[in-house]
Ligand binder design. Sequence first.
Ligand SMILES: *Cc1c(COP(=O)(O)O)cnc(C)c1O
Length: 399
Amino acid sequence: MSGPGPSVLHRVDELPAERLPAYLYDLAALRAHAARIRAALPERVELYYAAKANPEAPLLVALRDAVDGYEVSSGGELEHVAAAVPDAPLAFGGPGKTPAEIDAALKAGVHRWHVESEQELRRLAAAAEAADRDVDVLLRANLPVGSGALDSVALAMGGRPTPFGMDPERVADCLRLLAGPGFERLRLRGVHAHLASGLAAAEQLELAERIVAWSVDLAARHGFQLSEVNIGGGMAVDYADPSALFDWTAFGRGLAELLDRHPGLTLRIEPGRAVTAYCGYYATEVLDVKHSHGEDVAVVRGGTHHIRTPATRGHSQPFTVRPVDRWPHPWRRPEAGSGRVTVSGQLCTPKDVLAEQAEVASLRTGDRIVFAMAGAYAWNISHHEFLMHPRPGFHYLDA
Ligand SMILES: *Cc1c(COP(=O)(O)O)cnc(C)c1O
């Protein structure tokens, strides 16, 4: 998992410069990684892949054997994932579901609904009634869980004002509605909570404990059968150290202990980034190397309009240099000589930085660069149209 494998490097070396930049996906590595995640989890933990991290069909298909289902957060994702992996169970979440999306999801027969508000619960109940369909719902809760060790981590989506899920009192309101007339088509299965991202295994376990404890207490107070808790995604990915993987083994062991204390309960997790980040690479060519006000700056084909990840997260994307010795021109080859280089793209904005002051032994114009960890929240979150540069190529390697 640390750095591109031989099949990726071979393809990068073979591609003509005009076919760069390119995304390369190592599907064999993805399959192996997902199988290891699955193997680390106890039986009563269902693994759903959050499609928004990377919804490309070959990846969804490669994951099919390892995952129990897919989490989708829009009508577009629903249609796309249902076509790519027919018959796979889908969980439909996300704020602001439109009436058309609700109807489409009813028709598609999604496995679980993550209800984000009372208004949505009412809409869904009416639509399910009209469509003559029963649906299984989890109420998405925005829990104040940020205390103790969890204080230090970014609770990006929970415990503060957000459009996601419901405050505990609003969850209680929904429970009262569900027990009354007009909601007979909705079967309450339990609770959903996706509260944070970037948590290490110990923090994820602490969060899971709190979500489950809160849910068990809620069920006891309101007298409903709690059969499932979805504890969300957000498993950490360390872009500064691609070899430092989330500790799925420790996480699985902790979840097994938690489940031992709650017989009859099924847990579900829905990671995205930690599943697909490692299998993707963005390969490109150095077009120019300049010495600018005391620092080396390399300009590559492409940029953050293809891989927005380093710009959104404010990190340096890890990369490998593939030296290209051929230099067909009669003039001197511009190269970085300081041992450190900032790698920028072709956009006319200072924000188009892929790696800042990265250590390199040598980097010359015409060399190739393979950025790692480009398999999640990379191409699909990027502003492709800005400046009208050509799109990258896409290669799915499966050897
Ligand atoms: C984005 C999202 C996920 C996946 O988060 P990762 O950080 O990619 O693991 C899971 N569940 C919900 C509800 C999300 O919005």
